[in-house]
Write a protein that binds this ligand. Structure first.
Ligand code: NAD
Length: 499
């Protein structure tokens, strides 16, 4: 039935279903096959990069505000098709409707942002030490941007990259997750349609490559791909980063997180409870920013923990299309095995587990549904320092604030973090150089659900990349420093005398 729905949704968008092939696409809702597609070959990757490269050579000369017009129109078409695109996101990723709509909204938001940005690709004018000279910085288009994305944000992450890359004057070659290629097909087709309308967009400026890690690896290794923006697990980053570095390419890595929250004694408990439940159980714990570690001050643990158990017990787990469901399925059997394995290890480490069991869902045979788990841990064991991409929240108590910050930072990842406190000193320390070591540090807001206006990304094994707002656009351009002499003399820098 879902396979028919896919055909209908794609037809609503005017997108023909490509030929069947050996890439099987399943819905996490019931494990049923949605479609099958033909993966691209290495030769096709080569061809896509070559076309994008020649499109780039023309596109870089198009004035940036005109490039912004393409992205403005993309945003308009995404707005028009928001509901249909969200349905596809639900079917292939298992997100609940409001989160799937939110994902499409993120694409619209970044298109708005990038359109404005197309008139603001500013460089600096810098005081020269020499008379009659001027120094300035110019930002130029970079080249072909390879974009590799993960299953859990099947399209928003592409839009974060593509909207900026396109206004910055680049070509884009996108390799979406092999688990979620359908909305990618739809978005790519919508972009091709607005590009054709505009008339002056070179053909092949944006291409889609279907396939798994092997296709991603060929893209990442391609010498003509100036920037590889790769989102996914730390394991993927560990493979891609040296490959790109070996050819002196530029990489933008958005990898795994192991996000924590400190809950201090002055906390507003209602606020913290709501934030924790959304951040840890929302999207079935399958956000890179999902809350995975909770450090609760021992004075308030007796108040907060029963509240969390109560809230967790009332979370409705089930078919993400149904009204009132808050927790949909895990993406696949491997994710379920990892969740079960982590819970078994937590138990062996002395953890007390609440929830975590498989949930049977009517019509969802073949889907992997689990009750989000709360795990009281005696310590931050090795298990807790790893990212398990499932709704498991490890809870630890603390007495000393400085020790809590030290534990907070004592993991290899550094994506998102939060503190819930009404104590001004704790708040400022958490945000200071001696506080959270993450790329995202929030106060009285959970770690997940970032707005596109800020730069998004994390430190350490999260990869160090920044996407979306603020000055993240600079990753998609190359900077030239220019010295201009308008005098009739030739003074050398640093007062050097020569002939
Ligand atoms: P994954 O690493 O399995 O796959 C991500 C993408 O990388 C896919 O398109 C895959 O085909 C490709 N890929 C895998 N190995 C590759 C290789 N060696 N060379 C080139 N491409 C390769 O990740 P996933 O399971 O799809 O997504 C979940 C992970 O992504 C989690 O770890 C999550 O934290 C992370 N994630 C991070 C962010 C972020 O912004 N930091 C956002 C979303 C997801």
């Amino acid at each position: 039935m879902e396979a028919t729905a896919v055909v209908r949704l794609l037809a609503d968008l005017g997108v023909p279903l490509p030929p069947a092939g050996k890439l099987i696409v399943r819905s996490p809702i019931d494990g049923g096959q949605l479609t099958s597609l033909v993966p691209h070959t290495p030769a096709e990757v080569d061809a896509a990069v070559a076309v994008a490269q020649s499109a780039f050579l023309a596109w870089r000369l198009v004035p940036a505000p005109r490039r912004g017009e393409l992205v403005r129109r993309l945003g308009a078409t995404l707005r028009r098709h928001k509901a249909v695109l969200a349905e596809l996101v639900i079917l292939e990723s298992g997100k609940i409707r409001s989160e799937a709509l939110g994902e499409v909204q993120e694409m619209i938001d970044i298109c708005d942002f990038a359109t404005g940005l197309s008139r603001q690709l500013y460089g600096l004018t810098i005081a020269s030490e020499r008379p009659g000279h001027r120094l300035m910085e110019t930002w130029h288009p970079l080249g072909v941007c390879g974009v590799i994305t993960a299953f859990n944000f099947p399209v928003a992450v592409w839009a974060w990259n593509a909207a900026l890359a396109l206004v910055c004057g680049n070509g884009v070659v996108w390799k979406p997750s092999e688990k979620t290629p359908l909305t990618a097909l739809a978005c790519q087709a919508l972009l091709a349609e607005v590009a054709a309308e505009l008339g002056d967009v070179p053909p092949g400026l944006s291409t889609l490559l279907l396939g798994g890690a092997d296709v991603g690896a060929v893209l990442a290794d391609h010498p003509a791909v100036a920037l590889v923006s790769a989102t996914g697990s730390c394991a993927m980053g560990r493979a891609v980063a040296p490959q790109v570095a070996a050819r002196f390419g530029r990489s933008l890595l958005e990898l795994g997180g192991n996000n924590a929250m400190i809950v201090a004694p002055s906390v507003d408990l209602d606020l913290a409870q709501r934030a924790i439940v959304f951040a840890a159980a929302g999207t079935a714990g399958q956000r890179c920013t999902s809350l995975r570690r909770l450090f609760v001050h021992e004075a308030i643990a007796p108040d907060l923990l029963p509240r969390l158990r109560q809230a967790y017990a009332s979370l409705r787990v089930g078919d993400p299309r149904d009204e009132g469901i808050l927790v949909g399925p895990l993406i696949d059997a491997a994710a379920f095995a990892a969740q079960q394995g982590a819970l078994a290890e937590a138990k062996a480490d002395g953890g007390h587990i609440f929830g975590g069991e498989r949930v049977t869902v009517a019509g969802g045979t073949g889907g992997y549904y689990v009750r989000p788990a709360l795990v009281d841990m005696p310590a931050q064991t090795d298990l807790v320092t790893r990212e398990t991409f499932a709704p498991i929240l490890y809870i630890m108590t603390y007495r000393d604030f400085a020790a809590a910050i030290a534990l907070h930072n004592a993991v290899p990842q550094g994506l998102a973090s939060a503190i819930f406190t009404n104590d001004l000193r704790e708040m400022e320390v958490f945000l200071s150089a001696a506080g959270s070591d993450c790329g995202i540090a929030n106060v009285n807001v959970g770690p997940s659900g970032a707005e596109i206006g800020g730069a998004f990304g994390g430190e350490k094994e999260t990869g160090g990349g920044r996407e979306a707002g603020s000055d993240a656009w600079k990753a998609y351009m190359r900077r030239a420093t220019n010295t201009i002499n308008y005098s009739r003399d030739l003074p050398l820098a640093q007062g050097v005398k020569f002939v």
